[in-house]
Design a protein around this ligand. Structure first.
Ligand code: ATP
Length: 215
């Protein structure tokens, strides 16, 4: 086990097996003690989410029950301000100290959109980035990011454990073409999202009547 920490931010609206497999496989890949899932409050660069922060947080909690090493970190939801990732990383750095490797996990779709994020170039000074391939998104098509990454890219996963931050690893895990949008649409259309999301999350959605679920 290493004392490096990985964190995965997202709207988790709702959390699905694409998020959960990614978190679990990264934990195993790097033998991490913990991977934190950090739901964001009001994503500055996204549409308003489909349900409230409290529901999204609860669903993440339900999803990681019984999975040691996956943890919910509610720090962004405790702040009334928009949750810029650069601020989250600074707060994680303050908690972990300057030496511990901190790994920001993001899917290829999010990585390709980085230049639209607030002070995005600072992120790499605070943490590593572990970019997970996602079906339908190709790095090679995005020349500006392909150029930017050259200064930071490593190919060995262990390289992320050998420095506190500043490196980018692009890595393929089990590819799961699941998105929260697809899950929300399926539920609203009266279909079942079983095996795309954990049963505990599906039960909660029905109990609370989220996403226009049909009874
Ligand atoms: P939406 O469909 O609402 O846009 P989403 O499924 O992309 O949602 P987010 O909560 O926005 O989910 O994603 C959080 C993080 O997880 C992002 O970095 C995203 O790229 C990554 N991610 C989401 N789904 C997958 C997946 N199936 N495989 C790998 N990474 C994923």
């Amino acid at each position: 086990m290493t004392d490096a920490v990985a964190f995965m931010g997202g709207t988790f609206d709702p959390i699905h097996n694409g998020h959960l497999r990614t978190a679990l496989e990264i934990r195993e890949l790097l033998a991490l003690r913990e991977v934190r899932l950090v739901p964001c409050h009001r994503p500055p660069h996204r549409e308003t989410p489909g349900c409230s922060s409290q529901h999204r947080l609860r669903m993440v909690e339900l999803a990681v029950t019984d999975e040691p090493g996956l943890r919910v970190d509610g720090r962004e939801l405790r702040s009334p301000e928009p949750s810029y990732t650069v601020a989250t990383l600074k707060s994680l750095r303050a908690e972990l100290g300057d030496e511990r490797p901190l790994i920001m996990v993001l899917g290829m779709d999010s990585f390709l959109g980085l230049p639209t994020w607030h002070r995005w170039q600072e992120l790499i000074t605070l943490a590593h980035m572990l970019v997970v391939q996602r079906p339908g998104w190709r790095f090679a098509d995005n020349e500006p990011m392909a150029r930017w990454v050259r200064d930071y890219q490593v190919t060995r996963p262990e390289a992320l454990l050998e420095a506190p931050g500043g490196r980018v690893l692009i890595h393929g895990l089990t590819p799961l073409g699941i998105s929260a949008t697809q899950v929300r649409e399926r539920i609203a259309a009266g279909g079942s999202p079983r095996f795309l999301i954990p049963d505990a999350v599906w039960n909660y959605i029905r109990e609370q009547g989220l996403y226009n679920v049909k009874f």
